[in-house]
Design a protein around this ligand. Structure first.
Ligand code: NDP
Length: 239
């Protein structure tokens, strides 16, 4: 039997690319979205529709979803993974950085939900996985704005889960600890980057993206009546 379609935002690098590889290995067709479509195509995965989608653009998301569903059938799982982390001190940071994080991590995630939820409710089934962070459960130095976005992801996901439970739609929050990806490279304060790198080194090693993808696939593969509401995954040595 054909496996259902999985949609992933931010699949062009890091954790999102690992989700793409693992769900593809499990036999699923994919809708892969990010701004760097060349990097989506470079994954060279079979049955994968690669679309240049900025998650802050609701219409672009909706049209990618419609195109993928015409090709592969209904989306059974959306992984809202696209995100950015611009660490900074609130008295020094350029407010444009806060806005970008809220636009992508919070409003972009809501756009993803908007693009798939009506059809999932109609079909009485489906899964939405929201990638939050351990920074969505506890605070860290220089993370005030980023933590705000990720606490919001936890809150929105849990609220949504309650609202759609009766329609058999699962909402799962994934909260990774430190993972080796491009994420930190977008922070503009060199001192903060150096401090973060030193913190990672103090743990010996952090996670790799595949560690998160395995956990997500495990949660997805549970029977539809089982909802793993939250997955918190961190390096054993992370406090
Ligand atoms: P990366 O920087 O490697 O990946 C981020 C992804 O998000 C890229 O594919 C990027 O694609 C995409 N993205 C960013 N902005 C947009 C946008 N406006 N529209 C569409 N896609 C966008 O970092 P990670 O893999 O680490 O991050 C993935 C998720 O995991 C994020 O939500 C992050 O907050 C979360 N996370 C990461 C942790 C870590 O330690 N790495 C820890 C906890 C959570 P493109 O630039 O091509 O658009």
């Amino acid at each position: 039997m054909n496996k259902p379609l999985i949609a992933i935002t931010g699949a062009s690098s890091g954790i999102g690319a690992a989700f793409a590889r693992l769900f593809s290995q499990a036999g699923h067709p994919l809708l892969l979205m990010a701004r760097r479509v060349d990097q989506l195509e470079a994954l060279q995965l079979p049955n994968a529709l690669c679309k240049a989608v900025d998650v802050t653009d609701l219409e672009a998301l909706q049209s990618a979803v419609a195109e993928a569903e015409t090709q592969y059938g209904p989306i059974d799982c959306l992984i809202n993974n696209a995100g950015c982390m611009l660490l900074g001190q609130l008295d020094k940071q350029d407010p444009a950085e806060w806005r970008r994080m809220y636009d992508v991590n919070v409003l972009g995630l809501l756009n993803g939900v908007n693009a798939v939820l009506p059809a999932m409710r109609e079909r009485q089934g489906g899964t939405i996985m929201n990638v939050s962070s351990i920074a969505g459960r506890k605070t860290f130095p220089n993370h005030a704005a980023y933590c705000g976005t990720k606490f919001a992801v936890h809150a929105m996901g849990e609220n949504l889960r309650e609202e759609v439970a009766a329609d058999s739609v699962r909402v799962i929050t994934i909260a990774p600890g430190a993972v080796e990806t491009e994420l930190l490279s977008h922070t503009t304060d060199a001192e903060i980057i150096a401090g973060y790198e030193a913190w990672k080194e103090s743990m010996g090693s952090v996670l790799v993206p595949e560690d998160i993808a395995r956990a997500a696939l495990f949660a997805y593969q549970q029977p539809q009546h089982v909802c793993i509401r939250e997955l918190v995954i961190a390096a054993t040595k992370q406090e």
